[in-house]
Design a protein around this ligand. Structure first.
Ligand SMILES: Nc1nc2c(ncn2[C@@H]2O[C@H](COP(=O)(O)OP(=O)(O)OP(=O)(O)O)[C@@H](O)[C@H]2O)c(=O)[nH]1
Ligand SMILES: [Mg+2]
Ligand SMILES: [Zn+2]
Length: 310
């Protein structure tokens, strides 16, 4: 004989979850309990946070070709800013925002660079933080995802393969564009080509009417910070980033000067020196011999200044 059991219907849950919630990045409706947006895979935690706090954070796109140094740069930037009080410091919002910093600093402290960012957008790390400066301005809420370089270029070459990239770039109110200085200096033109592709994609994008679009009525007004990464291995880049761009990335520089008057050029490095280590399974891997961050905070300081100006 089967004993009778009581099962509560809990129908209140159906009513609670019946209201859709719009994705903060692409604006498409999702079910209340969704973890990632069904269209662009951005974390729905961003939409929930915006709803609860009533704050509409601005988005900054961190872009660059694969292995340009985006993950290492963003992880180090967040780690540095979260451990100091002034002049610019951050307060991360949401536990998910700390994963980025944790992954990078854990890898670096164990003597490795972090792994390549997976192409699947639901596996990307997103940072939502509140940035305050000592200039008595209101704190600025920012969202910065760590996108995979391959996914960014794939979306540019084959539209709609990674819709989150398009949504992010049309919504953002500033772009930090990273370029590998070592590869540029060695004469590898792919860095210059992929940067030019990115800039022309950005210039031709229809601006989102929401935050980014309202802030910068035309795309040409959008601030772009060009950052040469891995400058520890080319000192000339540190000394004069503009002269370095003129001699190694003239195509990118011309496009920037013609289409994006609001730009600035920086150089940075996270490692002080690099070497190689044999690892079981992975073969020969490039490793940081010491961590000596230089020029990490300056691009963001400039960007915050630009974004707060309007
Ligand atoms: N010399 C030097 N090399 C660096 C530095 N930062 C990163 N690298 C090297 O660049 C590689 C790629 O760095 P990532 O931050 O993973 O690059 P990414 O742009 O996130 O690449 P994707 O995830 O594929 O888009 C690292 O594995 C290091 O070998 C640096 O400051 N100095
Ligand atoms: Mg990465
Ligand atoms: Zn979405």
């Amino acid at each position: 004989m089967t004993p009778g059991i009581e099962v509560p219907l809990a129908s209140y849950q159906l009513i609670q979850n019946s209201q859709p919630i719009a994705c903060y990045i692409c604006g498409n409706d999702n079910t209340y309990s969704a973890e990632h947006c069904r269209c662009c895979y951005a974390p729905m935690a961003l939409a929930h946070q915006a709803r609860v706090t009533g704050i509409q954070p601005r988005t900054i796109a961190l872009v660059g070709a694969s292995a340009a140094g985006k993950t290492v740069y963003l992880g180090m930037l967040m780690d540095m800013l979260s451990r100091r009080m002034q002049p610019l410091h951050v307060l991360t919002r949401g536990a998910f925002s700390i994963s980025m910093q944790q992954t990078t600093t854990t890898a670096l402290s164990h003597g490795w660079f972090p792994d390549k960012t997976p192409n699947e957008p639901d596996r990307w790390n997103w940072v939502h933080c509140q940035i305050s400066s000592n200039k008595k301005r209101r704190p600025l809420d920012l969202i910065v995802p760590d996108m995979a370089g391959e996914a960014i270029l794939e979306e540019i070459n084959h539209p709609n393969t990674f819709p989150v990239v398009r949504s992010m770039l049309s919504k953002c109110c500033g772009v930090i564009l990273l370029i590998d200085a070592i590869r540029l200096q060695s004469g590898d033109q792919t860095q210059d080509f992929s940067t030019m592709k990115l800039l022309s994609f950005l210039g031709d994008l229809e601006r989102d009417r929401s935050i980014g679009g309202r802030l910068w009525r035309t795309t040409n007004q959008i601030p772009i910070a060009i950052v040469f990464t891995k400058a520890d291995e080319c000192e000339s880049c540190f000394n004069d980033p503009v002269a370095f761009a003129e001699s190694h990335a003239l195509g990118m520089l011309r496009q920037c000067r013609d289409r994006f008057p609001r730009h600035a050029i920086f150089a940075c490095s996270v490692a002080g020196a690099c070497g190689y280590r044999e690892s079981l399974g992975d073969g020969r891997r490039r490793i940081p011999l010491r961590i000596e961050p230089r020029g990490i905070v300056e691009p963001l300081t400039w960007m915050v200044e630009q974004v707060s100006r309007r």
